[in-house]
Design a protein around this ligand. Sequence first.
Ligand code: GLC
Length: 744
Amino acid sequence: MKQLLFIALLSLNFVAMAGDVNNNASPQPTIDEKVEKLLRQMTLEEKVGQLNQYDWNAVRSKTRDALLQREIKEGKVGSFLNIDGAKAIKDLQKIAVEQSRLGIPIIFGLDVIHGYKTVFPVPLAEAASWDIEAIEKSARIAAIEASAAGINWTFAPMVDIARDPRWGRIMEGAGEDPYLGSLIAAARVRGFQGANLAQPDTILACAKHYAAYGAAEAGREYNTADMSLIRLWEVYLPPFKAAVDAGVGSVMLGFNELNGIPTSANKYLVTDVLKNKWRFPGFTVSDYGSFSELINHGYAADRAGAAELSINAGGDMDMQSRIYIEYLPGLVRNGRVKEDQINDSVRRILTMKFKLGLFDDPYRYCSEQREKELLLAPDHIKAAREIARKCIVLLKNDGRLLPLKKDIKTIAVIGSLADSKVDILGGWAAQGDREAPVSLLQALKERLGDNTAILYEPGYKQYGYTTDEMIDLAVHAAKQADLTILAIGENGNMSGECASRADIGLPHDQPKLADAIAKLNKPTVVVLMNGRPLTIKAVHDGFPAILETWFLGTQAGPAVTDVLFGDYNPSGKLPVTFPLVLGQVPIYYAQKNTGRPAPPVNPPWGTSKYSDVPNDPLYPFGFGLSYTTFEYSDVNLSADKIKMGQSLQVSTTVKNAGSVAGEEVVQLYIRDLVASVTKPVKELRGFQKISLKPGEAKNVTFTLTTADLAFYDNDMNFKAEPGKFKVFVGADSKAVKEASFYLE
Ligand code: GLC
């Protein structure tokens, strides 16, 4: 007994000592504790300074540098955007850290949308890969390069769902579907932020533009968005929720109004949903000047009013409108804004700065050595080519013209887009290196060497303008050639911000050129370069082979030639519907059935149809061909009925019935046939990208849960309802096999 007592006393003693040891080295303060301690030291002006972001390009000038330095020293600048480079950033950071009263580091933001110096395919192209891993890797490399240049925050991913191809920023998102868009949003957040924001090669991500910016009426940039709450929650919010669930550290508020309230001061969206319901721990930032634009919206009477409405709605950081720094201290002193509201915004921003490790080492992102080593690193260039190939969609391949034989004697390459190193970067390449890109023409020359004669003719100038002489020269070249590659589409700056188009056909005279080449009836491959769906029925009818190559970035040329010559079998699928004619827009696969559904062929009077065109698009959502063919078995279900809370296995066998290996994106859609609100005829609920050797067959199984069947009813309750469902499995949103089951 005595021994036991002795051992017990001895062990107690150890615990006490450990406690003493611990007590001496008191536990590290948490980030929250550090933030509270700092907040208590801050004056009201210094707090508001953290909410103030300047555009370095907009404010920099000889005279203003001194003013800026003074404002930084006074702690009135929490963030800059549009400055990059380890040295330039370090110089500014030193002023803030070493010469301001509290030494709070600045956070430096930049639009690293799809790559920093190494440019990856535009986001809509990446969505066409349906390869979530590849998309995450692309963002990861962008973060590695941007952070090496001093950047700690990117204004990406843009997660706006877009169903109107007139809208230029459709290029910047993941297309029309919230299920695919949500997976991509989360993947890009993971890629940018990595596992630990304090790592020097990770950067804060920013889900934008919250919310429903892509629902701009008539596809006109910055235009009004107006919709039911059901549509908002079923279509436009899910990618933001996915980004928040993936841990995104910031959210950018939009330029648009939604249902009468500008999104930059929309308390319902920003405070009730984002911060309270979703418990978003990060901070919000306005879009460029959007807080002050409340006056244009007719929502604020003046700048003071705009500042009051923005901060009280939950807008934390003011990008470049200066209304926070000019008006918030006064608004607090006259009681129109509570200091607690300011404190909440400051906490959120300081918390992210601590998580980035900026307080531990404000210069951790400013290593000129890393900058030299990592920008345009060979493995980044290699990854850019591999990812770009996956984004290419084969739209047509009559007579198996593709892949091209390697012994072609003469090839005519027509179209100035083939010779462009800038357009292939798309409209949001920001700091993307302009020397590194490899054009299609250059890649063809490098691949074919002297074995094949290449006859190049620009065929048209910028924006599709051309002359009869240019067309004649192009036709002449095509006549001399065994094969023509016709590169047509948009210039890189014809999509992106403030680039809506009321006509989404080939620009200006390009159709004339295309028509002249088609009339030759010679083997021709069309290589499309564009940032949005185009109305290209004449191209579809006029040519045997069409590749959708979007804007593929630094390695566009090599990626396209890899596909042209069969080194890579195209596996992309459209993340947006291509309308037959503009008049069908908005057109998307998840349409409602209506009370008078029109049969696809010869729809009779009295059904939902047009008198002049069919309802069907030119190419449906999820469409993409391969150099091989895939055969689908019937759909098998693990049961013909399930109870609430149970799940259902949906399976099919896919066989590669062709002679070359290929990848297929097997898609799963559902339809809730009867519900308390009408439901779309199809909704994407799963996909798997599989690789199959010639002759190989694979069983593909999906698990459908009750949650996958849930929706918002008229009282905004999110739940599944009993009843009959259909499931569809196939190669795109139209080519599907179906089965049905009951949910009890
Ligand atoms: C622009 C864009 C936004 C971008 C911001 C900073 O107006 O709308 O996407 O991140 O300003 O450049």
